[in-house]
Design a protein around this ligand. Structure first.
Ligand SMILES: NC(=O)c1ccc[n+]([C@@H]2O[C@H](COP(=O)([O-])OP(=O)(O)OC[C@H]3O[C@@H](n4cnc5c(N)ncnc54)[C@H](O)[C@@H]3O)[C@@H](O)[C@H]2O)c1
Length: 278
């Protein structure tokens, strides 16, 4: 049997970290890191558990020894977070993870960036991974820091670094809730994100890359062409297929079918022509 890749997940007790660990427990030799007191019994079967604060560089260095790939999800996830919360969790913590990954000789860091790194673009703008960053809040600024640090580490130290600009990570059922409108455009189904994360962990030959990470939504501000082109990744879900009123709207726009008669090139020819005026 071939040896499993050792993958360490920071924020391993959080929403995405716990979900990914359950989904990928058979695929990798997992280590989950989170703050003391965050893990529960359900994490025990998923992998090695390490309780550590990412602001503690020595503890992070110790945890990363012998790790192939770090999936860095740990930190503050709220777009309303204050600088005083973002500085330790997202700035110092991310620096420590990247510096420790370089020191430990890790192969790759997969970083949870966010749509908030580019949410300052006007509404309705599609943002590709090659467009300049334009955060809409300080949380987004902290995500830009992580992307920039990853680029620096890849360029100067040869660390492979992949940033995923994750959209609204939600269960499909949540799209039926009355206030779900804002979730549609950036909807990222857990199953789509987990499959993309796995594709990114296993891909060969990546230096530094950023990928949009949402579902295959019919209308989106984060198009998924780059992940499709580079990684052969195709999302399975589409928010506008899942949310009933939008599914109906999308299909009636595309279908232009039986409800109203539509004009065509043959109509005037077939109709009696008015006599030209002399
Ligand atoms: N949930 C989303 O919709 C979404 C969207 C875009 C990006 N992201 C990013 O994905 C990552 C995971 O998001 P989530 O929804 O699972 O968030 P979450 O809050 O559920 O999980 C984050 C985890 O990080 C841990 N953590 C925070 N500070 C830490 C520290 N100093 N040391 C160790 N652990 C620490 C927390 O205890 C928590 O368990 C975050 O970086 C977030 O910014 C999430």
């Amino acid at each position: 049997m071939t040896e499993q890749r050792s993958v360490l997940v920071t924020g391993g007790a959080g929403t995405i970290g716990s979900g990914f660990a359950s989904w990928a427990a058979d695929a990798y030799d997992l280590t989950l890191v989170d703050l003391p007191g965050r893990f529960s019994d359900r994490h025990a079967d998923l992998g090695r558990i390490v309780e550590a604060d990412l602001t503690d560089l020595a503890a992070v260095k110790e945890a990363l020894a012998g790790i192939d790939t770090v999936v860095h999800l740990g930190g503050e996830r709220s777009p309303s977070a204050l600088w005083s919360q973002l500085l330790p969790a997202n700035i110092v913590g991310t620096y420590n993870v990247v510096a420790a990954a370089v020191a430990a000789g890790c192969r790759r860091v997969v970083y949870a960036s966010s749509v908030h790194a580019v949410s300052g673009y006007p509404a309705g703008t599609q943002v590709r991974e090659t467009d300049p960053v334009r955060p809409g809040d300080l949380y987004g600024v902290s995500k830009c820091f992580g992307e920039a640090l990853g680029s620096f580490a890849a360029g100067t130290e040869g660390l492979s670094f992949v940033a995923l600009r994750i959209g609204a990570f939600r269960e499909p059922a949540e799209l039926e809730e009355p206030d779900s409108g804002w979730k549609l455009r950036d909807f990222c189904a857990p199953a789509d994100l987990y499959r993309l994360m796995r594709r990114v962990i296993d891909a060969e030959g990546i230096g530094f890359e950023i990928y949009n990470a949402v579902s295959g939504n019919a209308f989106t501000r984060l198009p998924m062409h780059k992940a499709s082109h580079d990684l052969g990744f195709e999302p399975e879900y589409d928010a506008f297929e899942l949310a009933t009123p939008f599914r109906d709207a999308v299909h009636s726009v595309g279908g232009l079918d039986d409800k109203i008669p539509l004009s065509g090139l043959r109509d005037d020819v077939a109709a009696p022509q008015p006599t030209p005026r002399r």
